[in-house]
Design a protein around this ligand. Structure first.
Ligand SMILES: Nc1ncnc2c1ncn2[C@@H]1O[C@H](COP(=O)(O)OP(=O)(O)OP(=O)(O)O)[C@@H](O)[C@H]1O
Ligand SMILES: [Mg+2]
Length: 216
């Protein structure tokens, strides 16, 4: 489904250069729930940005269904991201002047509003459909971000610390849910620092200083 070949990403130049992702190769099959475990600053977000085509690597390649993202026009990569990928951002990036339902459906057809409401309900946000992000707690915003990534039933979900600001019960629920989503033939690549969540994944990797390894 997604293959990365010798992927590297550096930020900055000269003495301030930081190699956030260092020669990572990975193969993710359809239906897999891949978890990338690592401490803060280890390169988790950077790796997810590369695998999802949000950023271009400094070197190496990412293939989606066998097609090299770096060989495509930017508009084509954007179309794949819009139609086939869902991204749960660590910082949520909700639009402050849109309601929860509007954030979930942002830029998508109105027909998805029903599914948006169902997802918000499943994520224990019933009654908050018309709330603005500023009227929601951090954990509630995070759940809106989860619903937004799932509303169009993407082939691949990239989840960057999707459980960071929810309690352990809800974290387990979100992971269980992502696992079920994968069981239905979709794929999920999730980054987290929480090794307790590894049991939900079908494959677990560890990341340290940009290097990907198999989890111990
Ligand atoms: N825009 C940037 N400019 C310069 N360096 C950056 C930038 N973004 C990240 N880095 C550096 O790249 C490395 C990896 O960062 P990244 O955000 O990918 O880690 P992370 O594992 O997601 O961390 P966290 O768990 O805190 O979210 C860190 O050393 C970080 O300081
Ligand atoms: Mg991060």
């Amino acid at each position: 489904m997604i293959t990365a070949d010798n992927l590297s990403l550096s930020y900055g130049q000269g003495q301030t250069r930081c190699l956030a992702v260092n020669a990572v190769s990975i193969k993710v099959e359809r239906g897999e729930f891949v978890m990338i475990l690592g401490p803060s600053g280890s390169g988790k977000s950077s790796l997810l940005y590369l695998l999802s085509g949000l950023r271009s690597p400094s070197s190496g390649n990412v293939f989606y269904l066998g097609r090299d993202l770096s060989g495509m026009r930017a508009s084509e990569v954007a179309r794949i991201r819009y139609e086939c990928f869902g991204f749960i951002f660590q910082q949520h990036f909700l639009v402050p002047y849109l309601t929860a339902v509007e954030n979930v459906c942002m830029g998508r057809k109105d027909a998805l509003k029903y599914r948006a409401r169902v997802l918000l309900h499943q994520l224990h946000l019933a009654g908050k459909e018309k709330a603005l992000p500023s009227e929601l707690s951090y954990g509630q915003r995070q759940r809106v971000a989860v619903a937004r990534a799932l509303v169009h039933e993407p082939q691949v979900i990239f989840a960057d610390e999707p459980t960071a600001s929810v309690d352990s019960e809800l974290a387990a629920e979100i992971c269980d849910w992502l696992r079920q989503y994968c069981g239905a033939g979709h794929t999920c690549i999730m980054a987290t620092h929480d090794s307790q969540l590894a049991k939900y994944a079908s494959t677990v990797y560890s990341i340290r200083d940009g290097h990907l390894g198999s989890a111990t």
